[in-house]
Design a binder for this molecule. Structure first.
Ligand SMILES: NC(=O)c1ccc[n+]([C@@H]2O[C@H](COP(=O)([O-])OP(=O)(O)OC[C@H]3O[C@@H](n4cnc5c(N)ncnc54)[C@H](OP(=O)(O)O)[C@@H]3O)[C@@H](O)[C@H]2O)c1
Length: 232
């Protein structure tokens, strides 16, 4: 990470996931990165997107190891409680939709709320979250995947709003929603057929290169692993 003052520390939330683990590895190999802390349900009791007190506790526990100039939230889910994405309106049910929002939107908001203060107060820093292109309203040409699409779009709105607020106190902070491409993982495995895929390491290398170049502004960015901007 050329744009971040060296040495720097990094925090990866959802480090047990395929993309989260690839971020941990890439940041550990990144020149100037002195420490990478990975956080997941497996490593930290209480780290659950449905548990605000747990998230608050983990954030407080890790704050002493910071500040972290790079924070990546690589959490998220597509199949929840055994229920995959809905293809048709007729398949929608309120509890499944509520769970998608609880994990991908409210969980994201609570992570922003409790982990934003682990960024340094001064100097350039990055808060990146794993979004998905299907969360783009303007890019939605195929339809389907109602709950995942809508919860990812809502997660993007939480990020955008936090970026605006944070710019007042951390003018050099960069906020980015990331589209990793179709990466083979537990999340994507049931839905990959026919899609070109990109390996997690290649996706993360592209994402880190792209976010390193982003300017700090009073708005979040929405970019893919090739560095292209995505319309919200
Ligand atoms: N793979 C793709 O093709 C693709 C494409 C577009 C966007 N994305 C996004 O990229 C992110 C990472 O996906 P991935 O492919 O790496 O999936 P993954 O391997 O399934 O990883 C998902 C991560 O989220 C964590 N997580 C899920 N639900 C949680 C909860 N309720 N509380 C706490 N942690 C929870 C998982 O923890 P556990 O290990 O404890 O389950 C894991 O660390 C997601 O936001 C996904 O939407 C992925």
């Amino acid at each position: 990470m050329q744009s971040i003052e060296h040495p720097f520390k990094a925090l990866v939330l959802g480090s047990s996931g395929t993309i989260g683990a690839a971020f941990v590895q890439a940041l550990q190999n990144s020149p100037g990165c002195s420490q990478v802390v990975g956080v997941s349900r497996a490593s930290h009791a209480g780290f659950a997107l449905e548990d605000e007190k747990g998230l608050e506790h983990v954030a407080a526990q890790e704050k002493g190891k910071g500040p972290f100039s790079v924070i990546v939230d690589a959490t998220g889910a597509l199949t929840i409680d055994g229920q995959g994405p809905e293809k048709r309106l007729a398949a929608l049910n309120a509890s499944q939709l509520a769970r998608a929002f609880e994990v991908n939107a409210i969980g994201r908001a609570l992570i922003l709320k409790h982990f934003i203060d682990l960024l340094p107060r001064q100097g350039r820093c990055l808060f990146a979250v794993l979004s998905a292109r299907v969360g783009s309203l303007s890019d939605n040409k195929l339809g389907g995947w109602y709950g995942y699409r809508a919860s990812k779009a809502a997660g993007n709105m939480f990020l955008q709003t936090a970026a605006i607020e944070s710019h007042r106190t951390r003018p050099e902070a960069v906020f980015a929603a990331l589209q990793p491409g179709t990466v083979p993982s537990k999340l994507s495995a049931p839905f990959q057929s026919g899609h070109a895929t990109v390996a997690a390491d290649d996706s993360v290398a592209g994402l880190l290169k792209a976010i390193d170049k982003l300017e700090a502004r009073a708005q979040a960015w929405f970019i893919d692993y090739q560095g292209s901007t995505i319309d919200w």
